[in-house]
Design a protein around this ligand. Structure first.
Ligand SMILES: [Zn+2]
Ligand SMILES: [Zn+2]
Length: 393
């Protein structure tokens, strides 16, 4: 127990020193971000593994166990309590909440979960656990740059190029600063689901880690000096969508951009065939009063992005059709062929902001990450988060 107390005192000392140093220099806007982990899994139990260094399992109101590297702890929720079995300690501990504190503050751990614990992810920093509304609440205080690298891996698509990863890292960091207080009423900053940004744990991908390092602290700000809405999608089909067509709010940096770079990429085109009867039924359900006598009346060409599909006097937003029918994009033409309606589409995703496949081609052509960002987000500035700090607050 003496060793455990010494470790915990050292941990407290490190926390105090870090706090003092932060106040002395007052530079970092935020060095850590508090994340809710496994937010879409509704999990009741996890196995925590000390992957590097030592972790102190601190149970509240009482009981603590030191986990050495390679040791694990089982935690599960029972009503409004947690039940914990940690390392070599022979007894189960019942707690209100549990803090798993890293000795150095930089150690990493694994979480195994799922029905048979078959899914495992790796994280760094400390972990707080507690019961919450019928699930296990897992809050991870993670280094900002490690978080940005994890998001870059989860959201980066299939392309691999240093400048492309830099673009994706700056976008992830921008999103984080814009939404730091999104879950503040729940006691954390961001969840790890696509509701905020997908984060499946830290990454060991050296190309991503160096891209994050080379763009350290950089974010994108708009004319108001605030972090922008850093929307992105897989492929725009040759033309991005102004934000007001999607979300009603016009953003000066989310304008229509003609994109010559993504037109030969994997997701640039798609087709879908629908039985004509289903198409008519869908339009009638959506409010079409008079069905055209001739099926050619359903044909509609969309050579450049348009906001509404029209047949006779009836019209419907393309964005709504995409959402209702689960289409790859809202950029498609309609033609009838016999008993079928063929939708010929371009692009993949909502189409606003940065086009990932176009950005990837730009990177391959030698554009640097700033040029790529400025191409898709018009009139923006790539700047250090510290310099934008006053505005963000
Ligand atoms: Zn969220
Ligand atoms: Zn594009």
């Amino acid at each position: 127990m003496d060793r455990q107390k010494t470790l915990y005192r050292s941990y407290l000392l490190i926390v105090k020193l870090t706090t003092v140093l932060t106040f002395c220099f007052a530079v970092p806007l935020t060095a850590q971000v508090k994340l809710r982990l496994l937010s879409s899994f509704n999990t009741d139990s996890v196995v925590f593994g000390a992957a590097s260094g030592e972790y102190l399992v601190k149970c509240y109101p009482s009981g603590s166990v030191l986990l050495e590297k390679g040791q694990s702890a089982v935690l599960f929720r029972s009503g409004q309590k947690l039940v914990v079995k940690a390392g070599d300690y022979p007894f189960w501990i019942i707690a209100d909440s549990v803090l798993l504190a890293s000795g150095s503050g930089q150690d990493s751990f694994t979480l195994s979960f799922g029905e048979n614990g078959q899914l495992t992810r790796q994280y760094s920093g400390e972990l707080q656990c507690g019961p919450d509304l019928g699930t296990l609440l897992l809050l991870n205080s993670c280094d900002v740059e490690a978080y940005v690298a994890g998001v870059t891996e989860a959201e980066g698509g299939s392309g691999r190029h240093r400048e492309f990863f830099k673009v994706q890292a700056v976008i992830a960091r921008t999103y984080m600063y814009r939404h730091l207080y999104r879950h503040a009423p729940d006691g954390f900053s961001l969840c790890d689901d696509v509701h905020c940004q997908a984060f499946n744990g830290i990454t060991e991908d050296s190309l991503i880690i160096s891209a994050v390092h080379e763009t350290r602290d950089l974010i994108i700000t708009g004319p108001d000096s605030q972090p922008i809405v850093s929307a992105f999608h897989s492929n725009c089909g040759g033309e991005t969508v102004p934000s007001e067509h999607l979300w009603l709010t016009a953003r000066p940096y989310l304008k229509k951009v003609e994109d010559p770079y993504c037109r030969a990429s994997r997701n640039s085109r798609w087709t879908k065939s629908i039985p004509a009867g289903e198409w008519i039924e869908y339009l009638v359900r959506s409010g079409m009063a008079a069905v055209p006598a001739d099926r050619a009346g359903f044909n509609f060409l969309q050579p450049v992005r348009m906001s509404r599909y029209r047949t006779g006097n009836f019209s419907l937003p393309f964005v709504q059709i995409r959402s209702d029918l689960g289409l790859r994009s809202s950029f498609f033409s309609v033609r009838t062929e016999g008993d079928s309606v063929i939708l010929s589409g371009r692009g993949y995703g909502h189409g606003a902001g940065l086009c990932q496949e176009g950005a990837m081609v730009m990177a391959l052509k030698g554009f640097d990450f700033r040029k790529i960002i400025e191409f898709y987000y018009r009139g923006v500035t790539v700047t250090e988060a510290g310099k934008a700090a006053a505005a963000i607050r």
